[in-house]
Design a protein. Structure first.
Length: 302
């Protein structure tokens, strides 16, 4: 069958493929002989290793800076602690044993308002609010009473009093009355004092901590109860074992007593039998002697 008359695109299907590309023969390379490194030891450097460069992680850098700041703050505090002397303070005037400290005061509260609020406890000699360098109130004040008993009443009844929407904290003046006392800015202070209500998150955390503590206490109590029960069981078993041993000993003693009683009864029976035998022998000997005597008498008669 000839392919003449067919279209070109069909004739292209029957055309032979070109011959494959000629490649040169593959040359085999010589294998490299591998040897040890003893020959090259002479070329190694004999100098000591260079020192390791110090590297600091971000967390270590943060901790170092915090420690440096804390140490610098402590050093500056030492100087201010040595220079602190409340008796030489020109603003601290009046009798310290009749002076009341009032903290957590609202910034809107004035000296007149404080005097009006604390005049309920007694006559006031002087009220001094503390201000910063810019003239803004620091939130605490000192009230000097005419009598010490009024100070005691204010100290007992004035803590937690609400003034201008804030509950104030009341304390005696400790700077000039307590030796070695330091204010809070120098690392001292009275402490947390009266605390307000915690937030909802803190309340939840406190409740969770309490629940965990109660669960741990319950677990400890359960373990202790189990241990006590086990100890009681051991004691009962020991007591029962002792009772059983005592019962066994009593049974053994009873058996021994029964054996002794049986032996005594046997001895008694044997003695009785022997006595009976003796009596029989005696009666027989008597009968024999009588028979002999009778025979002798008869023989004599005859």
């Amino acid at each position: 069958m000839s392919a003449q008359g067919l279209p070109a695109h069909i004739l292209a299907l029957f055309t032979p493929r070109p011959p494959p590309q000629h490649l040169p023969p593959q040359v085999t390379k010589k294998n490299i002989k591998l040897a040890g490194c003893a020959e090259y030891v002479e070329f190694f450097s004999s100098a000591a290793n260079p020192p390791k460069e110090p590297w600091e992680s971000p967390l270590e850098r943060k901790a170092r800076r915090h420690a440096e700041k804390l140490q610098a703050h402590k050093d500056s505090q030492k100087e201010s602690i040595t220079a602190y002397d409340p008796h030489k303070d020109p603003n601290a005037s009046g009798d310290p044993f009749r002076t009341l400290f009032v903290g957590r005061v609202s910034y809107d509260t004035t000296e007149k308002k404080l005097k009006r609020e604390f005049e309920v406890f007694g006559s006031i000699k002087k009220v001094r609010m503390v201000y910063d360098q810019k003239g803004k109130p620091r939130g605490y004040a000192f009230i000097e009473f005419d009598h010490e008993r009024d100070l005691k009443n204010a100290y007992k009844q004035g803590d937690g009093k609400k003034i201008d929407g804030r509950r104030v904290m009341v304390d005696v003046e400790r700077g000039r009355t307590v030796e070695g006392w330091l204010p809070r800015r120098l690392g001292g202070g009275r402490g947390p004092g009266r605390l307000g209500k915690p937030s909802k998150k803190k309340q939840k955390k406190l409740l969770a901590a309490k629940e965990d503590a109660t669960e741990k206490e319950k677990e400890i109590a359960r373990k202790e109860k189990k241990e006590d029960k086990e100890k009681e069981k051991d004691k009962k078993e020991e007591k029962e074992g002792g009772r059983k041993e005592k019962e066994k000993e009593k049974e053994k003693e009873k058996e021994k007593e029964e054996k002794k009683g049986k032996e005594k009864d046997r001895d008694r029976d044997e003695k009785r039998d022997k006595e009976k035998d003796r009596k029989r022998d005696r009666s027989r000997s008597r009968d024999r002697s009588r028979d002999r005597d009778d025979r002798k008498k008869k023989s004599r008669r005859d």
